[in-house]
Design a protein around this ligand. Structure first.
Ligand SMILES: *Cc1c(COP(=O)(O)O)cnc(C)c1O
Length: 461
C-alpha cells in the first residue's frame, strides 16, 4: 500500500514512512492511494473473530509491504491484551434500537488508547535495531497526554516530552501522566495555559534545525496509523449487530474528526453504514460545514466536553480530499485560503461527496445533560459528557428501525464532577487505576518560554 498527501506534492510513502512522518512535508495529511474493498462474504466471515483477529483482518491491506499478517496479528494481540474487557470494545444495548460501543477499557480509560496502544508498538517495531530515535513532543489538556505516555513508556528508541498547563488539568488527568516513571517519559508543567503549551510545541516543529536534530514526531490524530486502528471497531460492532446484512448507523462525539473519519473509511471499504452522525457541542464548525458548506473558525467556547472544544478540525482535510475528488493541488489552494482567512466554503463536489453518509448535529449543554440523565434512568448506564453529546444526537436522528451505535469515548470516572452534576451519581475509578493517588509522581515545572523548553529537551536527549 502506498500513501499520498492530501496536498499533492509530498513524496509518496509506504506504511512505515507514513507512520513515522505524521504530517506530510507539503503540510498535507497522508491517506492511502486507494481504499481496499471487502466483499460481503469477507465481512460476514469476521462474525466469530476476536477483537485482535478482526483488527488484523481489517488492517492487513493498509500495512501490506511493511508487516506480514503474522507480525500484525502479534502486535494486535499485544496492544489489545492490555484492555480490561475481554471483548476490548464491548457493545451495550440501552434501548430498542440504541447501543453504546464502549471504547474506554484501555489503560487510561479513554478511546484514544485503542489507537495509541498500537501506534506505540508500531513505532517500536520500526525503530528497534536501527540507529533512528524519535522524540515525541505534545501539548495536552488531559486525555491525549496520558494515552500517549502510556503507549510509549519504556519503549526503545522513543522519548516523549508532554507539556501540560500547570495547575489546569484535573488531579486524575495529571496523575495518569506523572505517575509513569519510565526514564523515557518527561512531563513538563508549563507556567501558562493550554494554548501557550500548544504554541510552544508548534514553535518547536517550526524550528527546522531543532526538529531535524531531535527527529521530532507527533502522536495526534493527523497520524494515519491512528485512524487505521479506529476503523476496526466499526467493523467489529456492525458485524455483531447483523452486518453486512443489516446496515448500522453510528453517532460519534467529534472534535478533530479523526474518529468519525475512521467510520467514513470503513464505509469506503464496503461496510454497510446507514449514516454517520457527526455530533458536536456548541463549537459547531463541523456541523455548519456539513449542513451549509460554511467552514469558518470562531472563538472556542469552553464546555464540559473539552475534547470537542475545537474550532479547526485537522482531519476534516482528509474528508475534503476524498469526497471532493482527490485533487491535491486544488485542495492545497483551498487550505491556503483557509489558513489566511480562517474561513472557506466547501465545493459542491465536497458537499455532495459527504452528503449521502454524513449528517451533523450540534448539541448544547442542556441536551447533553438530559441525555446523561436519560441513560441513567432508562438503562442504568452512567455515561461521560462526550458520550452524552453523541447519544443526544443519536436519539433525535430520524433513522427508523436502523440500529444506532453511539461511540462511548471516555470512562465516566474521567469526568466525575460533570457526571455528578448531571446525574447525582459520582462514578468510582475502576480498580485497575484505583491506587492512582498513592503512586509517586514525577514532573518538572518549566517556564512557558521557547528557550526554557528547548533547553530542557536538549539536556535530556
Ligand atoms: C479525543 C476525544 C474525542 C474527539 O475525537 P476526534 O477523533 O478528535 O473527533 C471525543 N471524546 C473524547 C472523550 C476524546 O478524548
Amino acid at each position: 500500500m502506498r500513501y499520498i498527501s492530501t496536498r499533492g506534492s509530498a513524496p509518496v510513502l509506504d506504511f512505515e514512512g507514513a507512520t513515522l512522518a505524521g504530517l506530510a512535508v507539503d503540510g498535507g495529511l497522508y491517506v492511502p492511494e486507494s481504499w481496499p474493498r471487502f466483499e460481503a462474504d469477507e465481512i460476514a466471515a469476521m462474525a466469530g473473530l476476536s477483537y485482535a483477529d478482526t483488527a488484523a483482518a481489517v488492517m492487513a491491506p493498509f500495512v501490506e509491504g511493511c508487516l506480514s499478517r503474522e507480525e500484525l496479528r502479534a502486535l494486535c494481540e499485544q496492544a489489545y491484551g492490555r484492555f480490561s474487557h475481554a471483548a476490548v470494545t464491548p457493545l451495550t444495548q440501552i434501548d430498542h434500537d440504541q447501543w453504546l460501543l464502549e471504547l474506554f477499557h484501555g489503560p487510561t480509560l479513554a478511546f484514544k488508547d485503542v489507537a495509541l496502544q498500537l501506534l506505540g508498538l508500531l513505532f517500536e517495531r520500526f525503530l528497534t535495531g536501527t540507529d533512528r530515535a524519535l522524540t515525541i513532543v505534545g501539548a495536552t489538556s488531559g486525555d491525549t497526554g496520558s494515552a500517549a505516555i502510556d503507549a510509549v513508556a519504556g519503549r526503545e528508541n522513543i522519548r516523549i516530552f508532554m507539556l501540560h498547563p500547570d495547575g489546569r488539568v484535573s488531579d486524575v488527568q495529571r496523575r495518569q501522566m506523572t505517575t509513569v516513571l519510565s526514564p523515557n517519559v518527561h512531563n513538563l508543567a508549563i507556567s501558562g495555559s493550554f494554548d501557550d503549551a500548544q504554541a510552544l510545541v508548534k514553535a518547536m516543529f517550526n524550528d527546522r534545525p531543532f526538529a531535524a536534530q531531535h527527529r521530532l514526531s507527533a502522536v495526534n490524530s493527523i497520524n494515519w496509523a491512528r485512524l487505521m486502528a479506529q476503523v476496526v471497531y466499526y467493523f467489529y460492532a456492525a458485524v455483531r449487530l447483523g452486518g453486512p446484512g443489516r446496515p448500522v448507523a453510528f453517532s460519534v462525539p467529534t472534535g478533530n474528526f479523526g474518529d468519525v473519519f475512521a467510520g467514513y473509511v470503513a464505509a469506503q471499504m464496503g461496510l454497510p453504514i446507514a449514516k454517520l452522525i457527526v455530533a458536536t457541542n456548541v463549537n459547531d464548525i463541523l456541523a455548519r460545514a456539513l449542513t451549509s458548506g460554511d467552514y469558518s473558525s470562531r472563538e472556542v467556547i469552553p464546555t464540559p466536553t473539552p475534547s470537542m472544544d475545537i474550532q479547526v478540525s485537522s482531519n476534516f482535510e482528509r474528508l475534503l480530499f476524498d469526497a471532493g475528488g482527490r485533487d491535491g493541488k486544488a485542495l492545497a489552494a483551498q487550505m491556503a485560503g483557509f489558513e489566511a482567512s480562517r474561513a472557506m466554503r466547501l465545493t459542491n463536489a465536497q458537499r455532495e461527496g459527504a452528503a449521502g453518509l454524513l449528517v451533523a448535529d450540534a448539541v448544547d449543554v442542556d441536551d447533553m445533560t438530559l441525555a446523561m440523565r436519560w441513560a441513567c434512568e432508562a438503562s442504568g448506564e452512567t455515561i461521560d459528557p462526550h458520550t452524552a453529546v453523541a447519544l443526544a444526537a443519536a436519539r433525535r436522528a430520524d433513522l427508523g428501525r436502523t440500529p444506532v451505535v453511539t461511540l462511548a469515548t471516555a470512562h465516566p470516572a474521567k469526568f466525575r464532577d460533570a457526571v455528578e452534576r448531571a446525574t447525582g451519581r459520582r462514578p468510582a475509578l475502576p480498580s485497575r487505576v484505583g491506587d492512582l493517588f498513592d503512586r509517586e509522581e514525577r514532573y518538572d515545572r518549566v517556564p512557558a518560554t521557547f528557550e526554557a523548553v528547548t533547553a530542557y529537551i536538549d539536556a535530556r536527549s
